[in-house]
Design a protein around this ligand. Structure first.
Ligand code: NDP
Length: 507
């Protein structure tokens, strides 16, 4: 990366490693090229390996949240389209996919994984343009992890009986998958890879703000010569997601998104016999003990909450600091926060990109205002924000109490609430005082303390001396209002298999 001297006349913005205003050096712009990207003006629904307009023909516009410019029009599916997609997936399951030996399914999954790698730059750029996330994250995290999920589950496709000995694992049939906008391609991979490895066919509904990498993935499906109907992708509003989930020919539902919609889905499928996994919201505690390596912890805190603009279900949005290190840690944290570069998601130096939508930005602003109104103290670095687009400064609050909304509610933005504790017991009690239970982090040098904390935290994932690490082999999921079921690893595979004595429930 290039460093150029900043002109004296420009307002002092922060630079790497030094507090705001102290360094006259500034990074030169390093925008990723978009020359190799082709975004179609309009996308139809992807059903049976064909892009087709919705019936009746209706579209909606998808925008770039960093510029507010339109990117493409996408089909607005109707109830009849949901029926068509499910019928196509059902037929593909019956006639081809369920009949293929596991080793043949594996070949398709490996092919998809390799194509994702080959086309990684294209996927990364489209993902950043459509979601607002920095290119260095889509390039180094989202796309490689998506490919890794296909590689990983390809390896299981011909070993289901070994993964689940004596349980007679069978495919379920048609799977309905509804995914959110914060990791559009990665969530698609989390859902589609295990479903196909297990022998199911899928109908996937991406979030309405971020369907473009799903439609790019549809192109990969065709390139990989996947039999028609194995993967179907439909776009439309929430009601269309509900229509899909409720469809009687769907045997399994996988949802990632808000707790409110997760509860609606749980109610809608109750009593139907459909298998369900729900991966919902979070309000993770990141706990720093006084013996932790503070500089390392600072990086973990920053990564925990400002990665992907904090639009992460497992974001470390509540920081608990042991009182004796509260002051030095906060000094370091504020200095580090001032070095974060906010702006163009396509610039390779950007750390914090655009919030995904105007609606989400309004939610973040409203919750931040509530923090101020309830008496917490706000700190934001003096960075410049672009004139257009949905940007928000990385923010931290001190003087937060457990009852503040910013300590209780999922903000889903670059906003950290800092609280303190004296003893491990107090940390555990405060950390578990939330309706959520998706993830947590512990920073300490003592191995025994790590084990004690991991056992006591009501969270599906607990990271020790790190944060936001993901691996396809590792199960991920929540307690309480963070949902149920696990994705990833062998647990995530089991969620897509039928172990019942009577077969796939007639679907
Ligand atoms: P939603 O839960 O509404 O959206 C997630 C997905 O569900 C999208 O595909 C959405 O479609 C779809 N959906 C919406 N309503 C329904 C419905 N009634 N039945 C079936 N599917 C539906 O999340 P939001 O986008 O509204 O975000 C709100 C908050 O949820 C965020 O601020 C954040 O706190 C949390 N969230 C958590 C996520 C996580 O990873 N756990 C991810 C996203 C949000 P459409 O886009 O068309 O509305």
């Amino acid at each position: 990366m290039t460093l150029t001297k900043k002109p004296e006349s420009r307002p002092a913005t922060a630079s790497w490693g030094l507090a705001s205003g102290e360094n006259p050096w500034e990074y030169a712009p390093a925008p990723e090229s978009t020359d190799h990207i082709r975004i179609e003006p309009e996308y139809g629904l992807f059903i049976g390996n064909e892009f087709r307009p919705s019936k009746p023909r209706k579209t909606f516009t998808v925008i770039n949240p960093a510029t507010e410019e339109p990117l493409a029009k996408v089909a607005h599916a109707s109830k009849a389209d949901v029926g068509r997609a499910v019928a196509t997936a059902k037929e593909a399951h019956r006639s081809t996919w369920s009949k293929l030996p596991g080793r043949e399914r594996a070949k398709y999954l490996y092919r998809i994984a390799r194509l994702l790698q080959e086309r990684s730059r294209e996927f990364a750029v489209v993902e950043s343009m459509n979601s607002g996330k920095p290119i260095k994250e889509s390039r180094d995290v989202d796309v490689p992890l998506a490919a890794a999920h296909f590689f990983y589950y390809a390896g299981w496709a011909d070993k289901l009986e070994y993964a689940f000995p004596n349980r007679d694992p069978r495919s379920i049939g048609v799977v309905a998958q509804v995914i959110p906008w914060n990791f559009p391609l990665l969530m698609l991979a989390w859902k589609i890879a295990p479903a196909l490895a297990a022998g199911n066919t899928v109908v996937l509904k991406p979030a309405s703000t971020t369907p473009l990498t799903a439609y790019l993935f549809a192109d990969v499906v065709r390139q990989a010569d996947l039999p028609p109907g194995v993967v179907n992708i439909i776009t439309g509003p929430g009601e269309i997601g509900m229509e899909l989930v409720r469809h009687p020919d769907v045997g399994k539902v996988a949802f990632t998104g808000s707790t409110a919609v997760g509860k609606m889905i749980a109610r809608a499928v109750a009593g139907t016999g459909k298998k369900v996994t729900l991966e919902l919201g979070g309000k993770a505690a990141n706990i720093v003990f006084d013996d932790a390596p503070l500089d390392q912890a600072i990086e973990g805190i920053i990564n925990g909450i400002y990665f992907n603009q904090g639009e992460v279900c497992c974001a470390g949005s509540r920081l608990f600091v042991q009182e004796s290190v509260h002051e030095p840690l906060l000094d370091k944290l504020k200095a580090r926060l001032s070095t974060l570069r906010v702006g163009d998601p396509l610039d390779k130096n950007t750390d914090v990109g655009a919030i995904n939508s105007a609606g989400q930005l309004a939610k973040v602003q409203e919750l931040v205002q509530s923090g101020i109104d309830e008496g917490a103290e706000i700190f934001q670095p003096a960075c410049e924000l672009p004139d257009k687009g949905f940007f928000f400064r990385p923010t931290l609050f001190t003087g937060v109490s457990q009852s503040h909304r910013i300590a209780q509610e999922e903000i889903f933005g670059p906003v950290l609430s800092v609280l303190t504790f004296r003893t491990p017991e107090e940390a555990i009690e405060k950390a578990n005082n939330t309706p959520y239970g998706l993830s947590a982090g512990v920073w300490t040098e003592k191995g025994s303390r790590i084990f004690k904390m991991v056992g006591a935290m009501k969270a599906g994932v607990v990271w020790a001396n790190t944060f936001n690490r993901f691996d396809p082999t590792s199960p991920f999921g929540g307690y309480k209002e963070s949902g149920y079921g696990r994705e990833g690893g062998i647990h995530g595979l089991g969620a897509y298999l039928d172990f019942s004595p009577n077969g796939a429930k007639g679907r």
